[in-house]
Design a protein around this ligand. Structure first.
Ligand code: WT7
Length: 574
């Protein structure tokens, strides 16, 4: 089977649509807001944010254009220059949109951080991203950043953003972003080229520090095209993406995709609450919904009757990303919601959806779907030192994408002139093992590395191990994913202790809370198991696959694939 591709599709059409105002220029902030105002759509609702009591905060395209111009002016005044990183630590609040668009219009790099992270991961990402400016809330600042401020000398400015523009408490060393914006004159966007950097998301590595994947303004072409292809988005849509800002899903499909399509982007401040979510789908006339398999599995536990009692009449399509969407969840979702439920595949590095069960393409529940137009992909097998595309169907190999699609990350921070080893022979190797069936549908098999997939969050074992190693009791530690029915995997730690420490429950509790404090509860291990020593290779590397087999309860970990079971049917017993 030849690598799938689509020849009729032309990315130039999307560039012609989103580019400007001057020839050859593309700025995501302009493409998301100012372009619609210039086209006479300034009064349409661009953003609808639901507060805790489900109160609505609507922002029109005209207001978004004005607010983001003010944000850009404030940033420029503080010395933000094209190519500077501006870190953002916010929940799903209305100010997120003007903040992101303002950073783009100032020529900066929008770098949202995950608000559920503890102070440790936030500090390391601020350092790695060399952020000179952080935009956050007074509450998140006090809980997660203030304690580390003195060890972040490059962080010159912290701007605090309150809901409705009012910041309750301006901490020492911080400024009130809302007040500065109110006093500023909206600045026009700086001119950016399609390949200028626009956003930066950290993704976890199995070794070393988190990797910052940089994307350019050109990525918006892929957001426009995929939003149309998968969700059929138009100006008439209300698009609800449930992702938190730290995830690339929020940047790509929470912010950029609906706005470039001229649709209304809906966000809800509150985390998953099934009854509330059904209410929102119904009352807000959501037409297209993008969420995660974990969310759907949680909603399944509340039963289809609840879903049907709220049946959202406006909904046309629902989809998920981040982890395998098992066949049962697809069928349940379709029955409960009464609309097609689509699995989509992509990664932080791909910047936008690459594979999907797009409507009209023949869906196959349990599979990730087919390749979208404008991208070329292959299933690669290693043959000696060379990797070759697999010609036949149903052979497991590593998914690779031909380099050069618009939302391809430009590289990892700090790569310098040496491209990352995941680029080989003109292909980007994704680290995912897949098979492709006779009809071109891709099926997820597992990862080639030790990444832990906890819900839609990818956790690098190294980052968790490094924190536990900071505790005086811990001599060595290995962190792996243990199967979990709801989240698929949760991190668990195997620790060997230093002499003089008692391997009892009191120490377990202490280590767990030590990890939670530093890492935040999503990333911290759920369990600690004490071992006399850790299994090592002859070169002294911890053999995580042996620990993984232990965590899974299998006798040996000699075959890494044996613990990476294919997704379909995994939840058969639910
Ligand atoms: C990894 C990327 C892109 C949004 C959030 C996650 C896994 C993603 C699917 C899917 C099976 C999936 C892959 C991928 N993944 N979508 N539909 N089926 N696995 O971004 O943190 O960069 O994680 O998530 O393993 O490589 P991310």
């Amino acid at each position: 089977m030849a690598p799938a591709s689509s020849s009729e599709f032309n990315w130039g059409d999307a560039l012609a649509e989103l580019g400007g105002p001057s020839p050859g220029m593309l700025n995501i902030g302009v493409a998301c807001a100012d372009r619609h105002v210039a086209a006479g759509a300034g009064d349409r609702v661009a953003v609808r944010c639901l507060g805790r009591g489900r109160e609505r905060r609507d922002i029109t395209f005209r207001q978004l254009s004005d607010l983001s111009g003010r944000a850009a002016a404030v940033l420029a005044e503080l010395g933000v220059r094209p190519g500077d990183t501006v870190a953002v630590l916010l929940g799903r609040v209305s100010g997120l949109f003007a903040t992101a668009l303002g950073i783009w219009k100032a020529g900066g790099i929008y770098c949202p951080l995950f608000a559920a992270f503890g102070p440790g991961p936030i500090r390391s990402r601020l350092e790695l991203g060399r952020a000179r400016v952080l935009i956050t809330s007074d509450e998140l600042y006090a809980r997660k950043v203030a304690g580390a401020r003195s060890s972040l000398p490059q962080l010159e400015h912290v701007l605090l953003l309150g809901e409705d523009g009012a910041c309750a408490k301006v901490h020492p060393g911080c400024s009130d972003f809302g007040a500065l914006m109110a006093a500023a004159q909206p600045a026009p966007s700086v001119s950016t080229r399609p390949d200028d950097p626009a956003f930066l998301h950290f993704t976890s590595g199995t070794t070393g520090t988190p990797k910052g994947a940089v994307h350019s303004h050109r990525a918006a072409l892929a957001h426009l095209a995929t939003a149309r292809k998968v969700f059929g988005l138009t100006e008439a849509d209300v698009f609800w993406c449930t992702a938190e800002p730290g995830w690339v899903t929020s940047t790509a499909y929470g912010v950029i995709a609906p706005l470039v399509c001229g649709a209304t982007a809906l966000i809800d401040e509150v985390d998953l609450e099934p009854r509330r979510w059904y209410g929102i789908l119904h009352d807000e006339n959501v037409t297209a919904w993008y969420t995660t398999p974990t969310a759907i599995r949680t909603m399944m536990r509340f039963g289809a009757a609840l879903a049907r009692s709220y049946r959202a009449n406006s909904l046309r399509v629902a989809a998920s990303v981040g982890e395998p969407l098992n066949c049962e969840a697809v069928l349940w979702g379709e029955k409960a919601l009464g609309v097609p439920f689509l699995d989509t595949w992509w990664q932080t590095e791909t910047g936008a959806i690459v594979i999907a069960n797009a409507p009209g393409d023949g869906r196959r529940p349990g599979s990730m779907g087919r390749l979208l137009p404008g991208v070329e992909a292959a299933v690669m097998r290693c043959d000696g030192s060379e990797a070759k595309p697999v010609e036949s169907a149903d052979v497991v190999g590593e998914l690779a994408i031909r380099a050069g699609w618009p939302s391809m990350f430009a590289g990892y921070l700090g790569d310098g002139k040496d491209p990352s080893p995941c680029f080989r022979y003109g292909w980007y190797f994704t680290g995912d093992l897949v098979r492709r069936d006779d009809d071109g549908f891709f099926w997820f098999v597992g990862r080639v590395d030790d990444m832990i997939k906890c819900g839609a969050l990818q956790i690098g074992p190294f980052e968790v191990e490094a924190v536990l190693m900071d505790h005086p009791a811990v001599a060595e530690v290995g962190v792996v994913g243990k199967p979990d029915l709801l989240l698929r995997e949760v991190p668990v730690a195997f620790a060997a202790l230093n002499p003089g420490f008692d391997a009892g429950d009191a120490l377990k509790t202490e280590l767990l809370s030590f990890a939670r404090q530093e890492l935040g509860s999503t990333m911290a291990p759920r369990e600690i198991l004490f071992v006399a020593e850790l299994p090592k290779t002859t070169t002294g590397k911890i053999m995580r696959r042996v620990l993984k087999a232990k965590a899974v309860g299998e006798p040996d970990g000699s075959d890494a694939l044996s613990v990476q079971r294919p997704c379909p049917g995994r939840y058969d017993d639910e």
